[in-house]
Design a protein around this ligand. Structure first.
Ligand code: IMP
Length: 194
């Protein structure tokens, strides 16, 4: 039987790509002190690894969004503690899909008289974009597949998986979601094809 889930981005691949992004951000912001604003909850693992790959002085803060009303309008449910006025802001996202969320967030942050604004996302589902929105730092471009792990969730679960997985068979996965944790805890070389 084929497993209903598949690891698509391994831990070493994530580490190595984040290292490159960290170097790029360190070079681009040399002599400045940007503030990385992570969008909760999905961006948490990415932020934690990204900040340790950056070797210039930075600050970190967080915000959370919520959706309301028809059409899923976005508002800030939890704002940053730090004022963003005059700061070089880097929004840190786990995944950009249609781009609607990031587009609204960028416009909200731009009203705060920031010195500059860029976005770092680990995953870019570029082919799904409905609104164009600038994405200065991208970890991986993927197709139209549902991903989970490393911050991304399925019904609130699996954010703590160390690597990134996709669901091949949603029906089978919904019947036994624990299969993912069992597989994720197994070393890749030990995964049996049964
Ligand atoms: P967008 O507004 O369509 O770009 O959606 C962004 C949000 O959708 C992300 O911050 C995630 O919360 C969620 N999302 C989109 N694709 C996925 C996925 O493959 N796995 C988990 N969450 C996703």
């Amino acid at each position: 039987m084929i497993d209903p889930v598949l690891e698509v981005i391994t831990r070493p691949a994530i580490n190595s790509r984040i290292g490159e992004l960290g170097n790029q951000i360190s070079a681009d912001y040399a002599g400045r002190s940007p503030i990385l604003v992570a969008v909760l909850h999905g961006a948490l693992p990415f932020l934690a690894d990204l900040v340790r790959a950056i070797d210039i002085q930075i600050d970190v803060d967080f915000l959370a969004l919520s959706r309301f009303g028809e059409g899923g309008r976005v508002r800030i449910a939890m704002d940053t503690l730090t004022s963003l006025e005059g700061r070089d802001v880097i929004i840190v996202e786990d995944i950009v899909d249609t781009g609607l969320t990031l587009n609204v967030l960028r416009r909200m942050i731009e009203t705060r008289d920031v010195a500059s604004l860029t976005t770092a996302t680990l995953i870019d589902k570029a082919s799904r974009r409905l609104v164009e929105t600038p994405l200065e730092y991208r970890g991986f471009e993927v197709g139209d597949e549902f991903l989970l792990g490393y911050g991304m969730d399925w019904e609130g679960h699996f954010r703590n998986l160390p690597s990134i997985w996709t669901v091949l068979d949603l029906t089978a996965f919904s019947e036994d979601p624990a299969v993912l944790r069992r597989l994720a805890l197994t070393e890749p070389g030990d995964r049996l094809i049964s």
